[in-house]
Design a protein around this ligand. Structure first.
Ligand code: ACO
Length: 439
């Protein structure tokens, strides 16, 4: 493809163009500053590609999501979560032997060090499980060496994946004041998580296949989503060559916000508020459209999807099936469907291309599975973990990767003389030399 041309201050510059597998076009501005002296200004990075990646492809206009080339619909239909972890992290579908080995590794590294268990004691009962998860994941770097040796990195990837679910389940047990339940070597990744969450010492706990399948689906649908806020945080922190555990803890914190993974908790709170208010969902749709109201329909809209989020489509059907199989009648599911119906036929949502995203129906499923609302974003983090690891690994193995360091355009005060405290106290201020901000 022909290079892109830029005219700046009367001079013309050329920049190479990179074309992706699916014909996505990127103008390579990596030499912009050194050749023109200018920088690219793109708050929110909506037009900025931060890397070349082979992991996940999204076409937001067409509602397409693929992991390593495999359509999400087919992956969700046929794969297990451990298989998807392997695919994302190592780049190919595992052979039966590779999968068995990987599953065994994930099982045998599931326990956390006994000293770490004590950390849970000191968090207040009200601590949000996302806070506990991020602190505990960062704490893993205190226990496992980080010299940068390849075997050690590979082992730490396994440790992280294996232990995260144990930490998540322990944070739940702590919040309800129940004893921790240890992982079992005869259970799969998802079965083990459910066992550690819901088993109590007083009685045997049998993992329900319905719950297990639902959890498997939810984790797979969350497993990667290219350069979103949390993944970019993982890459950014990792770019300074900090250790994997520290980079992933940063991803957890970024995910927590209500505009990102925290939306799944907010969706349920919104649906509950609509129910408690008498069920008038149109009132909430109108509030979301009102520019004078800060209210937004949680679970609607996406930076990339301007068509249906394919994950939401799968989850909507799954919500119906799982609730039926579990015999759960949740009025919030009806409210969600009505809300979606109204929003999708409303010109505001149509014109703004606002469709339900992955968080819209996931909370309904978690509720049916008896997972408490403040654990929803932890569930998202567990699902996203293989994606974060794969992205971190890709960055680490890229010989061209650099420390992430965006620039800025400074629009603050121009140089001015410092006024010492005594003079400020005496009411004397020097005249500001601030220049007007250019239009
Ligand atoms: N309800 C009402 N209006 C909305 C919504 C919404 N959920 N989302 C966007 N809009 C409107 C905005 O007001 C804006 O309108 P305007 O152009 O008339 O001023 C326009 O749509 C564009 O919105 P932006 O915030 O600029 O879009 P952006 O791409 O930056 O934001 C985001 C995407 C953050 C997801 C946004 O749609 C949102 O806040 N949604 C609700 C929170 C949510 O569900 N987050 C989860 C996203 S999925 C995930 O992270 C896993």
């Amino acid at each position: 493809m022909q290079p892109a041309k830029l005219t700046l201050n009367g001079s013309e510059y050329e920049f190479p163009v990179t074309v992706g597998t699916e014909n996505e076009i990127g103008v390579d501005f990596s030499a912009l500053r050194s050749t023109t002296g200018a920088i690219a200004l793109d708050p929110g990075y909506g037009n900025t590609g931060s890397c070349l990646s082979t992991i996940t492809f999204i076409d937001g206009e067409k509602g397409i999501l693929r992991y390593r080339g495999y359509p999400i619909e087919e992956v969700a239909q046929s794969a297990g979560f451990e298989e998807v972890c392997f695919l994302l992290i190592y780049g190919h579908l595992p052979s039966p032997e590779e999968l068995t080995r990987f599953q065994k590794d994930l099982t045998y590294h599931a326990m956390i060090r006994e000293e770490m268990k004590d950390f849970f004691k000191d968090f207040p009962l009200s601590a949000h499980p996302m806070m506990v998860l991020s602190a505990m994941l960062a704490s893993l770097s205190a226990f496992y060496p980080w010299s940068g040796d390849q075997d050690e990195i590979d082992l730490n990837i396994i440790r992280l994946l294996a232990k995260a679910k144990t930490i998540a389940a322990f944070s739940y047990k702590k919040s309800v004041g129940q004893p921790f339940v240890y992982p079992r070597n005869d259970l799969s990744y998802t079965e083990n998580f459910l066992h550690m969450m819901f088993a109590v010492p007083a009685e045997p706990y049998l993992v329900s296949p319905v719950l297990d399948n639902a959890l498997n689906l939810l984790l797979i649908l969350h497993a990667d989503h290219e350069q979103n806020c949390s993944t970019s945080s993982v890459r950014m922190v990792g770019s300074s060559q900090s250790n994997l555990f520290a980079a992933i803890a940063a991803g957890v914190n970024a995910l927590w916000g209500p505009l990102h993974g925290g939306a799944n908790q907010k969706v349920i709170e919104m649906l509950q508020a609509i129910r408690d208010d008498g069920g008038d969902y149109r009132k909430f749709v109108n509030m979301a459209k009102d520019k004078n109201s800060p209210f937004r329909l949680m679970g609607f809209g996406h930076r990339v999807y301007k068509n249906f989020d394919p994950r939401a489509k799968i989850l909507k059907t799954a919500a119906d099936d799982v609730l039926r199989e579990l015999g759960v009648d949740d009025p919030l599911l009806d409210i969600a469907k009505k809300l979606e119906e109204v929003a999708l036929s409303d010109s505001y949502f149509i014109d703004h291309k606002l469709y339900p995203n992955v968080d819209f129906y996931s909370g309904i499923l978690y509720r049916a599975m008896n997972i408490p609302t403040d654990m929803f974003t932890v569930m998202f983090a567990l699902g996203r973990l293989p994606g974060w690891i794969a992205q971190w690994k890709e960055m680490r193995e890229d010989p061209k990767a650099k420390i992430a360091r965006p620039r800025q355009i400074y629009v603050g005060e121009a140089k001015r003389a410092f006024v010492p405290l005594e003079l400020r106290a005496a009411g004397e201020t020097k005249k500001s030399t601030k220049q007007p901000v250019p239009a």
